[in-house]
Design a protein around this ligand. Structure first.
Ligand code: CO
Length: 459
């Protein structure tokens, strides 16, 4: 660290998100590798703790829309990035997809991710069922990576600071190297965060990182209070792709910390500026193309008013518009917490936000609760996604499973999945040209096959 930094100050580390969440939140994950490349060596000199830059949506969009092999992007990054840790986001047992995979697939994916250059794997589960994180944490440790366990942040009567502290202690026991409090929906507020971080730091020794979104306008304040409360690492986005539905901006936050007597950022402001200058015309290009909607850049306080994520609100609106029933909007918003309570208070993140939202709309439109029931709601009750934060009562379960399979599992869902790596390898044998292809195919069968076919034609 440079000498200008006072010795008694505590450093807050930064994870840069411009290459993942920022463009995912603002331009549907469309930034291409060639647009990122000229910035890598500049960003590598900034002094970041890490970049989060790879994950489900970036992988999917590379294949589906950009015709790029996501594994090539990883190898290219590793070649250019010498100092900064490369971090990816993993949906626990779902890997980068939306269903549970067998443990052999999880192990192989993590081995290849780390083998190609990933340093830190941030692992989360929509329900915070720690059993769904266990095999990913184990594999990350086994293959020499840093296992960061992430907890999906949510508001509910049962999601108390004690619940989060207990989950953190459990994840620490499981071998997690650090913890991320992941506020995907931008629900955290500055003073609530201060109390929560204080409580966590009082009870747990493990490094703590905070991830939030600027959507409601509170993001920067929340990070500031988190830093004052003792958080170790924060997620920010370089200013051209910051604010709005993205993360709070890196440069002003780093600047603010460096003027504190207690904490400092220690980032290279000149390099940050150079990188921001590089990305500014790229932002302008996406605005001109219409992909970056200025609406997403503003402040949207609906999340605070309705206590549900912004993405979920817009889904509810579009479902009601389709049904020509916008007059039922308030009724649906009242139904959401009821359905959520019935389903054991799942955090409202993908996929549970869609599951709870759609069932709430169905309940209101039918004029009767659970007259029609989605298959996903039944699967939640059956335990197919894992354990809900509080158990679903027998009464609710009987009502929801009155038709169809009544079996409810209480074990880890992946325990029911037989090894599948070899089988998948055989299935895609004609396309496989590198060991990573089997993983791409398992997670995104449709787009992968199309990508493989195009690749074959080009050869
Ligand atoms: Co996020």
């Amino acid at each position: 660290m440079p000498d200008i930094i006072g010795e008694n100050r505590r450093q807050i580390k930064f994870t840069e998100t411009i290459l993942r969440d920022a463009h995912q939140s603002l331009i549907a994950t469309r930034m291409r590798t060639e647009e990122m490349l000229p910035a890598l060596e500049i960003l590598d000199e900034v002094g970041y703790h890490a970049w989060e830059w790879w994950g489900g949506a970036t992988f999917d969009a590379s294949l589906r829309f950009l015709n790029e092999d996501p594994w090539d992007r990883l190898r290219t990054f590793r070649k250019h990035v010498k100092k900064t840790k490369l971090q990816m986001l993993l949906r626990g047992q779902n890997l980068l997809g939306y269903k549970h995979y067998a443990d052999d697939m999880v192990d192989e994916f993590i081995a290849r991710a780390i083998g190609n250059g990933i340093d830190i794997i941030r692992i989360f589960d929509a329900f915070n069922d720690t059993r769904n994180l266990e095999s990913s944490i184990r594999a990350t440790k086994k293959h020499g990576g840093h296992a960061q366990a992430a907890l999906s942040y949510t508001l509910s009567p049962v999601h108390t600071p004690e619940m989060f502290v207990n989950l953190i202690l459990e994840l620490e026991q499981m071998g997690a190297d650090s913890i991320c409090l992941k506020d995907m929906a931008g629900l955290l507020d500055p003073y609530g965060t201060y109390k929560l971080v204080k409580e966590i730091k009082r009870k747990a020794n493990i490094p703590l990182e905070l991830h939030t979104h600027a959507t409601s306008g509170l993001g920067s304040m929340t990070l500031l209070k988190a830093a004052e409360a003792g958080v170790d690492i924060i997620d920010t986005a370089l200013s051209p792709f910051a604010e709005g539905t993205s993360q709070p901006p890196t440069e002003p936050i780093a600047y603010a910390f460096d003027r504190s007597d207690e904490i400092y950022a220690g980032l290279d402001m000149a390099k940050l500026n150079e990188a921001a200058e590089y990305f500014r015309p790229i932002r302008e290009k996406y605005i001109a193309e219409g992909l970056l909607d200025p609406k997403l850049m503003g402040v949207d306080i609906n999340t605070l008013i309705y206590q549900v994520p912004g993405g979920m609100l817009s889904n509810l609106v579009s479902q009601l518009k389709q049904a020509n029933a916008m007059d039922k909007f308030e009724a649906v918003l009242r139904e959401v917490p009821e359905v959520r309570k019935d389903l054991g208070y799942p955090p409202l993140v993908t996929p549970s936000s869609q599951i709870v939202g759609t069932q709430s709309v169905m309940n209101v439109l039918a004029g009767e609760r659970y007259k029609t029931i989605s298959r996903e709601v039944m699967d939640v009750v059956r335990g197919k996604y894992g354990a809900t934060p509080v158990p679903i009562t027998d009464e609710v379960a009987a009502q929801i499973l009155r038709r169809g399979d009544k079996t409810r599992i209480t074990h880890r869902p992946a325990d029911d999945i037989a090894p599948e790596l070899e089988k998948t390898r055989e299935q895609y044998a004609e396309y496989i040209t590198q060991p990573e292809d089997v993983l791409t195919a398992a997670m995104f069968p449709g787009p992968a096959t199309e990508f493989f076919q195009k690749r074959k034609e080009q050869q």
